[in-house]
Design a protein around this ligand. Structure first.
Ligand code: BTN
Length: 265
C-alpha cells in the first residue's frame, strides 16, 4: 500500500494539495498519481511520515513523524533544455532557503552545492529532483523537499533542524505557505528565462563561492574555491596551484566544519 491513514485534499495558494498521514515516499506517491493521469501542474503531496523516504544517491531520508516538512511538487518546465537542467535545482534551493529565512526572520540559511540547505554549517534541508526528459527538454520534474523543522535529535552529526539552530518551535503550516510562495517566485524566474537573477541569489547564498574551503576527493584533502556552477550542475573550482578543475556532483565532498582544519561556513 502506498499510503495509509488520513487523507485530505484542498487548495493552497493556487496549488492542489494532498495531505497524507503516512506514505512510502511523497515522490513515489506523486509519480504514481502522474502515471494514473491524476496529477496536474503544481500538485503538492505532503506527508507527516514517510516509511521509505528517498535521498540523493540512493540514500534514505529519515524524519520523525509530524516534526518536519516532507513534500513533493509536480513542476512542468517551459522549454528548459537538459543542458540547463540544474536551474531547477537552483530554484528549489533558493525557494527553500528564502522560506527558512522568512520564517526565522533572519538570514541564516546557506546553500551547499548542489542543492542542500545549511544553517550554521549543518544540513537542515535536502532536495531530491526526479525529472522526465523528452528529446532535448525537461518535460516535468518531481521536486521532493525535506526540511527539518521541529525535530530535536538526529543520528547524523551534520544534520540539524530549524528548532535546534534557533531555539524556537515553528508551525509546519506556516512554513509550507512561505515555501510555496518562495518556490513559485523562483520558478517563475525560470519561466521568464531570467537566469541572471536566479544566479545572483544562488551565488549569494552558496557556501564556498569565491572562498577557500577544504574538500575531499577519494581520500585526499585539498583546498579550493568555487568559481562557477555550470548550467548542467558541474562545479568549476580554482585550486591552490592556480589550476582550474571541473567536478561532477558527488565527485567531491565538503569537509565538515571543525574537522581537518575546516572553518565554519
Ligand atoms: C537529500 O538530501 O538526499 C535529498 C532528500 C530529499 C528528501 C525529500 S522528503 C520529501 C521527498 N520524498 C522523498 O522520498 N524524498 C524527498
Amino acid at each position: 500500500m502506498e499510503s495509509s491513514g488520513e487523507f485530505s485534499s484542498h487548495n493552497l495558494k493556487g496549488h492542489a494539495l494532498i495531505e497524507l498521514e503516512s506514505v512510502t515516499s511523497t515522490n513515489m506517491f506523486l509519480q504514481l498519481l502522474l502515471n494514473k493521469g491524476s496529477a496536474e501542474q503544481g500538485l503538492i503531496v505532503k506527508a507527516a511520515f514517510q516509511g521509505e523516504g528517498k535521498g540523493m544517491s540512493k540514500n534514505s531520508w529519515f524524519s520523525e513523524k509530524g516534526k518536519n516538512l516532507l513534500m513533493s511538487m509536480l513542476h512542468y518546465s517551459d522549454a528548459l533544455t537538459t543542458q540547463k537542467q540544474f536551474f531547477i535545482s537552483k530554484c528549489c534551493a533558493i525557494g527553500v532557503a528564502k522560506a527558512i529565512d522568512r520564517m526565522i526572520g533572519v538570514e541564516m540559511s546557506h546553500i551547499k552545492w548542489p542543492n542542500d540547505v545549511y544553517i550554521n554549517s549543518k544540513k537542515v534541508a535536502g532536495i531530491l529532483i526526479q525529472s522526465s526528459i523528452k528529446g532535448d527538454n525537461i518535460q516535468y520534474s518531481l521536486l521532493g523537499i525535506g526540511v527539518n523543522i521541529n525535530q530535536n535529535q538526529f543520528p547524523l552529526e551534520n544534520a540539524t533542524s530549524i528548532m535546534l539552530e534557533t531555539g524556537q518551535k515553528f508551525e509546519l503550516a506556516e512554513f509550507l505557505s512561505y515555501l510555496i510562495e518562495e518556490l513559485d517566485a523562483s520558478l517563475d524566474k525560470l519561466s521568464e528565462f531570467n537566469y541572471e537573477s536566479i544566479n545572483n541569489v544562488y551565488y549569494k547564498k552558496l557556501i564556498g563561492y569565491q572562498k577557500w574551503l577544504r574538500y575531499k576527493k577519494d581520500d585526499e584533502l585539498f583546498d579550493g574555491r568555487i568559481l562557477t556552477i555550470e548550467d548542467d550542475g558541474h562545479l568549476l573550482m580554482e585550486m591552490k596551484n592556480g589550476e582550474k578543475q571541473h567536478f561532477a556532483v558527488k565527485e567531491i565532498s565538503l569537509v565538515p566544519a571543525g574537522t581537518n582544519g575546516q572553518p565554519t561556513y
